[in-house]
Design a protein around this ligand. Structure first.
Ligand code: PSU
Ligand code: MN
Length: 297
């Protein structure tokens, strides 16, 4: 059973804008208490922009679309209680009555099942460096589901050129928000050129309608650069990523990204940047959700 919070259900029924938010970023991407503060800031950014936030997680076996503040706090404090679940893992938590934080793939699937088309996160999963076989399910899920994911590109410690190639092979539409360069999570620049720059939320909304309606296609990725004030210089990031990767050398599979992020979050400027980019993505996603809901039928 999918349990949709009253406020979210009412908005969906009335065709008002809703923005999905994910829970792995909260439970496994940022340390407590900054994770709770960020989760609340993401919801606040969506409300300020005129939409209803729907943070998604599996709680005691129930797929939940929209969490109350007490549950958000339980998620943020939860540590191991909320296992990291991609789309493939959701059934395990649901069948066992356990709890799970949902990744981009898990969140996108549940958002889609609930009828939500716009979703904001921090950074997408992708192809890990040095291991072309370690590819996040995020990419495939995005290709299959008619959903918009707004993110600051893929996370900085991934192989960005290979991630972009993979998105292209999968047929994901990759758009740059007011940029022709793929953002690199903590930094605004990656050196990777994007074919499609978009400048208005309305333009993105019309692309979504063409993809999801007329063409019957899957996901769109809107890559949104971190705000200037919080951005970190690429060489500075590169040094810390190298250290974090060394520290996480023995960690593979699902635990790998959280282990690297945990190490990176010890640098105050990177922790601050991660929060700032996630909030910016929520803000931009809200603009698009509002424009999408306002499109004439
Ligand atoms: N963005 C962040 N922090 C995160 C994530 C995104 O700022 O922790 C999460 C998302 O849930 C994404 C996951 O789906 O990291 C990717 O994990 P992996 O590389 O194991 O696929
Ligand atoms: Mn992985």
């Amino acid at each position: 059973m999918i349990r949709i919070a009253d406020e979210v259900a009412a908005a969906l029924a009335a065709g008002r804008p809703v923005v999905a938010l994910e829970s792995t970023l909260v439970a496994h991407g940022l340390p407590f208490p900054q994770n709770l503060e960020t989760a609340r800031a993401l919801e606040a950014a969506v409300r300020t922009g005129g939409a209803i936030p729907a943070t998604i997680a599996v709680v005691d076996g129930e797929a939940r679309i929209g969490l109350d503040d007490a549950t958000l706090e339980r998620l943020a404090r939860g540590g191991r209680e909320f296992v990291k679940a991609g789309a493939a893992d959701l059934a395990v938590a649901i069948a066992r009555g356990s709890s799970a934080a949902t990744t981009v793939s898990g969140t996108a699937l549940l958002a889609h099942r609930a009828g939500i088309a716009v979703f904001a996160t921090g950074g997408l999963g992708g192809v890990h460096r040095g291991d072309d076989d370690d590819v996040s399910h995020d990419l495939v899920a995005l290709a299959e589901l008619p959903i918009l994911v707004v993110c600051a590109g893929a996370k900085a410690f991934l192989d960005l050129p290979r991630t972009v190639e993979r998105l292209e092979s999968l047929g994901v539409l990759l758009l740059g928000w007011r940029t022709r360069e793929l953002p690199a999570f903590y930094s605004r620049e990656s050196g990777i050129a994007l074919e499609h720059r978009v400048d208005s939320a309305d333009e993105v909304a019309r692309m979504l309608r063409a993809r999801f309606g007329l063409l019957g296609q899957g996901g769109v990725l809107l890559a949104c650069p971190i705000p200037d004030a919080a951005a970190v210089a690429p060489d500075f990031v590169a040094d810390f990523v190298a250290d974090a990767e060394t520290a996480a050398a023995g960690v593979s599979g699902k635990a790998r990204s959280p282990a690297i992020l945990a190490k990176l979050a010890r640098r105050p400027e990177l922790l601050h940047a991660n929060r700032a980019l996630a909030v910016e993505n929520a803000r931009v996603a809200t603009e698009v959700a509002v424009a999408y809901a306002a499109l004439p039928a």
